[in-house]
Design a protein around this ligand. Sequence first.
Ligand code: AMP
Ligand code: ZN
Length: 482
Amino acid sequence: MYLYNSATHKKEEFKTHTPGHVEMYTCGPTVYHFAHIGNLRSYIMEDVLEKYLRFVGYDVNRVMNITDVGHLTSDADEGEDKMLKGAKREKKTVMEIAQFYTDAFFADCAKLNIKTPDVVQPATGLIDDYIHIVSSLIEKGFAYVAGGNVYFDTSKLQRYYIFNDHNEEDLAVGVREGVEEDTNKRNKNDFVLWFTKSKFEDQALKWDSPWGVGYPGWHIECSGISMKFNGEYLDLHCGGIDNAFPHHTNEIAQSESYLGHTWCPHWFHVLHLNTNDGKMSKSKGEFLTVSLLEEKGYDPMAYRFFCLQSHYRKGLVFSWENLDNATVAYNKLLAKIAALNPAGEVDAAAADELKAKFTKAMDNDLNTSMGVTVLYDVLKAKTNDATKCHVIGEIDGVLGLKLLEKAAELREKQAKLAAQPAVFTVVSEDGEENAQVEALIRQRADAKKAKNFTEADRIRDELKAQGIEITDVAGGAKWKRV
Ligand code: AMP
Ligand code: ZN
């Protein structure tokens, strides 16, 4: 499989430390608010990646953190603690906020058919591990204490900027105006490993440490959690593109300085979902959530389909019109699958050939839009329905569009509808009850349904002769005496 690697800036053959086994890490959500559908684009694509790795035979151990402490409003250690901000907004405790939005996140994931990682670890649960790593970094000369905080000394690294050639000005990005520069830092791009004195006053969560009571920086949690559950050799690290700098850059700096060897050779970054008027943001007030899509009548699966129609390394623009188009295409696809008869014998050779088309698309840097196209190739293929259904099921094990399940539901609905006698209502416009007239009108409707128009006209004339006029309406007929 060839996968683009942000660390080397090229598409590379994906290799793992232990053949056949993938240690995979994903930066999880900061649980101070609902996830927006942009965040969920990243999780959908990472879910497809994990499922595809399993599809091609890897055994995968996937780990994810839940950021419930240490993430400030600016990724560069400035501003307020996001969790504290959320707690103030809702007049709840930080832990209440964390629990509520963690549950909300996994509920959204379930609606989008995103598998829960093998290990999910809230950042607050591994404080001793971070303290151990930070102590070791100080011992090795990679970190220093200043103004009560512990900082990573980036000048000790031969190479700090792994993903892009940032200049120091970039560090100011995201720092809100009026926020003071941290004068404790020896170098502009040094970052906090452990906070005590600064940002301390109303911090709700704090722990004892060799440097005083405080709390960990944001970056150290991902290194600590990954090293604990993925081991010293991570194969694949994932996140949205905004995580590349400074978050992932700092994760690499501290993990490799601590371990003394390369930590993770392969980095997978998903580009952002944006709206036409700019970046998707949680701080803007009303923002796009899965619940909002549902309130507006959209199936979350149509959003997943929308995401899969484009490549993860391209920015994606969200609009209601784009989602409408995806919904139409998704429903049409379901209708085509529902028209197949899944019973029968699978032609193994034909199935393998179709599956090979899918792996060819996905092996090329997880090309999900081509992967989706293969579904249409399967529908058009010269093989029996059972084989088509089998292949669609296998492919959908990766794409996660609930195709067979939803097609079966649709098939059932269609069958029920066909079995139900159509309700034909007859009413008199003057409120007259007349069983005889009604019976004749029903006979006429049956005749029309059976395409016996001569009989239908005969009945109409017969009623006309009695001074009765019929008007056809949707779902029935009305009549009156004239
Ligand atoms: P957060 O909850 O802010 O820590 O972000 C969770 C994940 O969503 C991270 O992997 C981010 O990189 C990613 N992310 C943030 N904004 C977007 C966006 N607009 N489109 C895609 N992914 C995003
Ligand atoms: Zn992370």
